[in-house]
Ligand binder design. Structure first.
Ligand code: GLU
Length: 444
C-alpha cells in the first residue's frame, strides 16, 4: 500500500499579523510538507466575521511571501460554513451534540462553586437533563449554544514532539462548537477542514493540547481519520518571561522594517528549542533538508530578538553585488560604483540599508574625527595626500609617505588617518575605500 500523501496546513486567524510565535507553527508545517514532497495549505480561520479583516489576510500572505514560504492553495473557512452545518447535523444524528442555554454569568457562577469545593471547573452537563418543554421555554428567552458530548474515556495519542499523551476526557468540559448567535467555533470548523482536506500532520502550539484531545473525539465521531499531531513549545522572552509586546519586535513586519533578513529569521526559528545548533542557512531548501521535528523538546523556548542581528549581518555580508544592487540603487549609488563599494564595505554592514551610510560617507565626506594629540599629525598627513583620482594603491602609497615624514607606524599611523577620513575607528579596509571617497578634507 502506498503511503498517504503528506498534507499540512498553517491556519492563522486573520485577526492580526504573523508574529514570531505563530511563525514557528507556519514554518514547521511548511517544512514537513516540503520534505515529504506533499502539500502545504494556507487556511484562513475566518469564522469570526467581526474580528477577521481582509487586510490581515493580505498581510499574512505578504509575510509568508517575504519569508519564501509558498503555499499550494488557500482555503477560507468563511466559504465553507455549509460544511460545518452538515457536520453539526451529523453530530446531532449520532447523539453527540446537545443544546445548552446557560448564560456566561451562570457558567461563571458554576465554575466558581466548583473551584470553592476544590473540584475541577468542568461543565456539569446540566443541559442534558432538560426536557423538550424546558428547552422550548429557554429557547424563547435566548438562543441555545451547542456542545459536543465527550466520551469520558482517556484520549491518547503519540505526539510528534511531546511523546505519549493521555488526557482524561472527564477532566475537560464538553466543548462548545456553535455559539448562541450561530457562529461556528474554531474547534468544529478545524476538525471538518482537517478531515475533508485530508490533513495528515498538524503541528501547532502546546496551548492547543486540550483542543487536540477533544478534536480527536470529534474527528472520530464524524468518521474521519486522525492526523499525526505535534505540539511545539511556546516561546518566552530571553529570561523565560511570557512573550509580550513589551519585549520588542514580535510582528514579522516590524522585523522586516528593522532590516532582519528572512533567512536569518527562518534559520533561527527552525532550530531554537531543538537539539541542533542555530546556524545560518543559505536557502529554504537547506532548511527543508535538515528539518526533523523529533529534534524539538517540550520545554518553553527562549526567544531573543538580539539573536537575529548577527545572523542577519552574516547573511547580508555574504550577498553578491548583484543581490545588494537594489539596496544600492535605493541609496542612490551609481551603477558603476555598486561593485567596488560592495567589495569595500560588505563586511561592515549589519543590514542591507547600511550601504546608504557608506555611500553617504563616500559621496559627502564626514566631519573628521581627530583626537587632540593627533591634530598636528593629521594636518601633516593631509598635506601629503596625492592628487586624485585614487585607486586601490593610494592608501599604501600615502601611508608610506606619512610614515616617512612623521616617523609614526602601526596603529598610531593608521588609526588617526582612518578616523580623519571616515569619522570612525571601525570600518572597511581603507585601501578599498580610498578610491570611493569623493570628499576628503584637505585640512583639519
Ligand atoms: N486558528 C487557530 C489558531 O491560530 C489554528 C490552530 C490550529 O492549528 O488548529 O490558533
Amino acid at each position: 500500500m502506498s503511503k498517504p500523501m503528506t498534507t499540512t496546513r498553517f491556519a492563522p486567524s486573520p485577526t492580526g499579523y504573523i508574529h514570531v510565535g505563530n511563525l514557528r507553527t507556519a514554518l514547521f508545517n511548511y517544512l514537513i510538507a516540503r520534505k515529504a514532497g506533499g502539500q502545504f495549505i494556507l487556511r484562513l480561520d475566518d469564522t469570526d466575521a467581526e474580528r477577521s479583516k481582509p487586510e490581515y489576510a493580505d498581510g499574512i500572505k505578504e509575510d509568508l511571501e517575504w519569508l519564501g514560504l509558498s503555499w499550494d492553495r488557500v482555503e477560507t473557512q468563511s466559504s465553507r460554513l455549509d460544511r460545518y452545518q452538515a457536520a453539526a447535523d451529523k453530530l446531532r444524528e449520532v447523539g453527540r451534540f446537545y443544546e445548552c442555554f446557560e448564560t456566561p454569568v451562570e457558567l461563571d457562577l458554576k465554575r466558581k462553586k466548583q473551584l470553592n469545593m476544590h473540584k475541577p471547573p468542568v461543565y456539569d452537563r446540566a443541559a442534558l437533563a432538560l426536557t423538550a418543554r424546558e428547552k422550548d421555554d429557554l429557547r424563547a428567552q435566548r438562543p441555545g449554544h451547542w456542545r459536543f458530548l465527550l466520551d469520558q474515556t482517556r484520549i491518547e495519542w503519540n505526539d510528534g514532539i511531546l511523546g505519549d499523551i493521555s488526557i482524561d476526557a472527564a477532566s475537560v468540559s464538553d466543548p462548545v462548537l456553535i455559539r448562541g448567535d450561530g457562529q461556528i467555533l474554531y474547534t468544529l470548523a478545524s476538525v471538518v477542514d482537517d478531515t475533508e482536506m485530508a490533513i495528515s500532520h498538524v503541528v501547532r502550539g502546546s496551548d492547543h493540547v486540550t483542543n487536540t484531545a477533544t478534536q480527536i473525539q470529534i474527528i472520530k465521531a464524524l468518521g474521519g481519520s486522525v492526523p499525526e499531531f505535534a505540539h511545539h513549545s511556546l516561546l518566552t522572552g530571553p529570561q523565560g518571561e511570557a512573550l509580550s509586546k513589551r519585549l520588542g519586535t514580535l510582528a514579522l513586519r516590524d522585523l522586516r522594517a528593522a532590516g532582519i533578513e528572512p533567512m536569518a529569521l527562518l534559520s533561527h526559528m527552525a532550530r531554537i528549542g531543538s537539539s541542533q545548533p542555530v546556524e545560518l542557512m543559505g536557502s529554504v531548501d537547506e532548511l527543508v533538508e535538515s528539518f526533523d521535528i523529533s529534534h524539538f523538546g517540550a520545554a518553553p523556548t527562549k526567544y531573543d530578538v538580539e539573536d537575529l542581528k548577527p545572523l542577519t549581518s552574516k547573511y547580508v555580508s555574504g550577498l553578491s553585488a548583484k543581490d545588494i544592487a537594489p539596496a544600492m540603487a535605493e541609496a542612490g549609488v551609481p551603477a558603476d560604483v555598486v561593485e567596488p563599494l560592495w567589495a569595500a564595505v560588505h563586511e561592515n554592514v549589519d543590514i542591507r540599508s547600511d550601504v546608504a551610510n557608506w555611500w553617504a560617507l563616500c559621496r559627502d565626506g564626514i566631519a573628521p574625527l581627530v583626537d587632540p594629540e593627533d591634530t598636528e599629525f593629521v594636518a601633516t598627513a593631509l598635506t601629503l595626500l596625492p592628487e586624485g583620482p585614487y585607486d586601490t594603491t593610494t592608501w599604501s602609497a600615502w601611508t608610506a609617505a606619512v610614515k616617512q615624514a612623521t616617523g609614526r607606524k602601526g596603529r598610531g599611523l593608521f588609526m588617526p588617518l582612518r578616523k580623519a577620513l571616515t569619522g570612525s575607528a571601525h570600518g572597511p579596509d581603507m585601501a578599498g575605500l580610498m578610491p570611493l571617497l569623493q570628499k576628503i578634507p584637505s585640512s583639519v
